[in-house]
Unconditional design. Structure first.
Length: 328
């Protein structure tokens, strides 16, 4: 992790300004707070330095308070992908895929232990700023999961590898559960059932499809094959950041059997496999034309686990490499 998104850096500075940080503290920054326009990322060391300076200036718990202010959109492409998750814990699966593809590292690892699931944050702190950044990440996890599910689900335990500060008030306000310090690693634990909570967006789409099925069964209506294909394409598009979905996953979401869904797609002259490819190509073309996202980010959003595999597939679809297509 050599660079950090400017969104996260700017968020910290804005939170510090809201808490009354002194000009003297801000003048210590290697990346000046008043020269952020046009910058896409800052060196990771500058980000960790910012954590350290603000912790000294604003007291224990500042990083946790920043975490509580995080919004899904602050996380860029990864955050956008969270908005289409079907269940709460899927954000960790997408984060694993995202960081493995972009940096060949894992940040989160979910360990299910029956009733409880432990989410390990796999970032070893080599300096105080990284310890504080880990605090902010775990605090942000709480508010992001609550925003996605529109519920008040909360962790059952939080662990930090470093020593506790003198004042724990910000920590208790943020986590509202037992907080352990000087532990072997960083983690946050939830009830497994809470991580399986459907997101608000998923509930809305599931209700739509189930209502359609009820209409078909009670009134003898038949939703057109074309509409079924459109609905499936939308579900596939939303699912791709977690990897290519199976026909079973999609048919279950729509309240159909695998066989029924395959038949309805055939009525529209398309197979499930064809629709997957068509959707991947459409998403890729759109992102290459209309965004400045990197090829690795687009590979993530189209369901690929490696940039090279995406590039080969795109050339097979279009006859052009992603870079050539974008430049043309």
């Amino acid at each position: 992790m050599k660079y950090i998104s400017i969104n996260l850096y700017r968020k910290m500075v804005n939170c510090a300004l809201a808490e009354g940080v002194s000009d003297k503290a801000l003048k210590q920054l290697s990346t000046p707070h008043d020269a952020l326009d046009g910058i896409q990322a800052v060196p990771a060391d500058h980000f960790f330095e910012l954590h350290e300076i603000l912790d000294k200036e604003l007291g224990p718990g500042f990083s946790v308070r920043v975490g509580q202010q995080m919004k899904i959109e602050d996380y860029g492409v990864l955050g956008l992908s969270w908005r289409t998750c079907s269940w709460a814990g899927e954000i960790f699966e997408r984060s694993e895929r995202y960081f493995k593809l972009l940096s060949n590292t894992y940040v989160f690892k979910v360990e299910k232990k029956g009733t409880y699931s432990v989410i390990h944050l796999l970032r070893e702190p080599h300096r105080r700023g990284l310890e504080l950044s880990n605090e902010a990440t775990l605090a942000a996890t709480v508010v992001v999961l609550q925003a996605m599910t529109e519920t008040d689900i909360s962790p059952t335990q939080v662990c930090f590898a470093h020593s506790p500060p003198m004042d724990l008030s910000s920590y208790t306000n943020a986590f509202r559960c037992p907080i352990l310090f000087n532990q072997p690693g960083y983690s946050i634990t939830y009830l497994t059932s809470d991580l399986e909570t459907r997101t608000a967006k998923a509930d809305t789409s599931i209700n739509k499809f189930l209502i359609e099925r009820v209409e078909e069964e009670t009134h003898g209506l038949v939703i057109s094959a074309n509409q079924v294909a459109i609905d499936v394409e939308k579900l596939v598009r939303d699912a791709l950041p977690s990897g290519i979905p199976s026909i079973h996953q999609v048919s279950e979401h729509m309240g159909m059997s695998n066989r029924t869904l395959a038949r309805r797609l055939r009525e529209n002259g398309i197979t499930f496999r064809d629709l997957i490819r068509k959707t991947q190509e459409g998403v890729a073309r759109d992102l290459l034309r209309n965004t400045g996202r990197s090829i690795s980010e687009i590979a993530f959003e189209t369901g690929f686990s490696e940039q090279s595999t995406f590039s080969r597939a795109f050339k097979r679809w279009t006859g052009l490499s992603p870079v050539t297509f974008r430049n043309s």
